[in-house]
Design a protein around this ligand. Structure first.
Ligand code: 8YV
Length: 324
């Protein structure tokens, strides 16, 4: 029996590669070479399936070059690297990895909020530079977290996880804005109040972005939105680069039009806007919100299980589109 051929586009847990090798003829990229779109197309040309991460773009041009492709399993909950319409038109199933990373990512969102509000990165830089000479009453005095107003833009699973942490753990007043309002039971569990985007920007002491990246959410936070925020506010982006206009944010931070920002994602990452590297009041992390070993393993397993279920004829477990 010939096995379906699949491509694993980035380095992955060896155990997961071994598991997939029992079901498929696997080409893996354990050297973690960064392939250009042309190299990706070349390797994918004779494959029926792929396991991708958020950095490989699956678009009409690639699909046209890979007529045998039937399924692409993204090891990420976000799938803005997929042109879903083009995949559906080509009859290619897409899948993502929801749920398994929710709590871990919400933990990180809260950690970044805390680090940003309490100026932890500035403190560490000062200490390592040998500039900590003595205690002072206002040394790196930051913003209060407990009891403050937590704003959440994008109230999906991860947004709700952050809301629960803020409301139940830190006694925060939680407000949110989302395309659709949560049902009353979910709002009650998160102790969250639905407000307009304008109200959210105006009232939040800490604003966390957890919305998907789409054409509509591109630069959802730009100069105009930053201008509506409190000068004492902090902004946290764990969603996607491109949701924030990074140049406008760097300028607002430099001019102290908001107090601080915590960013795990960037426009054009792994490049970071040079102005963000020089403003002090920003905490920068390299897209690691889901990065614990158990969670990354669960994401890899779910992506693998999606491929196995699809080729077994059981249908994808967590599809992002409907085909045929
Ligand atoms: C991934 C993420 O680590 O799940 C997502 O959407 O952003 C992260 O958890 C990243 O996209 C790699 O695929």
């Amino acid at each position: 029996m010939t096995l379906p051929r699949i491509l694993i586009t980035r380095a992955l847990f060896p155990e997961v590669v071994d598991h997939l090798s029992q079901h498929f003829e696997v080409e893996a990229n354990q050297a973690d070479a960064l392939w250009s779109p042309a190299e990706l197309a070349e390797r994918l040309q004779d494959k029926e399936g792929a396991l991708t991460t958020g950095t490989q773009r699956i678009d009409a041009a690639l699909l046209a070059a890979c007529p045998q492709l039937k399924v692409v399993a993204n090891m990420a909950v976000g799938y803005n690297n997929f042109d879903v319409a083009a995949m559906t038109a080509a009859g290619v199933q897409g899948t993502n990895t929801p749920d398994v990373l929710t709590e871990t990512t919400a933990d990180f969102g809260f950690a970044l909020l805390m680090a940003t509000a309490r100026r932890m990165a500035e403190g560490e830089r000062l200490l390592r530079a040998g500039q900590w000479t003595q205690w002072r009453y206002d040394l790196l005095a930051g913003a209060e977290v407990h009891g403050s107003t937590l704003g959440i833009l994008g109230m999906g699973r991860i947004g709700q996880g952050i809301a629960r942490r803020g409301a139940h753990g830190f006694g925060m007043q939680v407000i949110y804005h989302n395309r659709s309002r949560l049902d009353p039971a979910a709002e009650a569990e998160c102790r969250a109040q639905y407000v307009s985007k304008e109200e959210l920007l105006r009232q939040a002491d800490h604003l966390v972005l957890v919305l998907p990246y789409t054409a509509e959410s591109h630069h959802a936070i730009g100069a105009a939105e930053l201008a509506q925020m409190k000068p004492t506010a902090t902004l946290v982006n764990i969603a996607r680069g491109g949701i924030v206009d990074d140049a406008a944010l760097a300028q607002a931070l430099r001019e102290r039009r908001i107090a601080a920002a915590g960013l795990d994602v960037f426009e054009g990452e792994p490049q970071v806007h040079p102005d963000l590297l020089t403003v002090p009041n920003v905490v920068l992390t390299p897209h690691i919100a889901s990065a614990t070993i158990p969670t990354r393993r669960a994401m890899a397993d779910l992506a693998a299980d999606n491929l196995i279920a699809f080729f077994d004829g059981r249908g994808a477990l967590t599809p992002v589109n409907r085909i045929g």
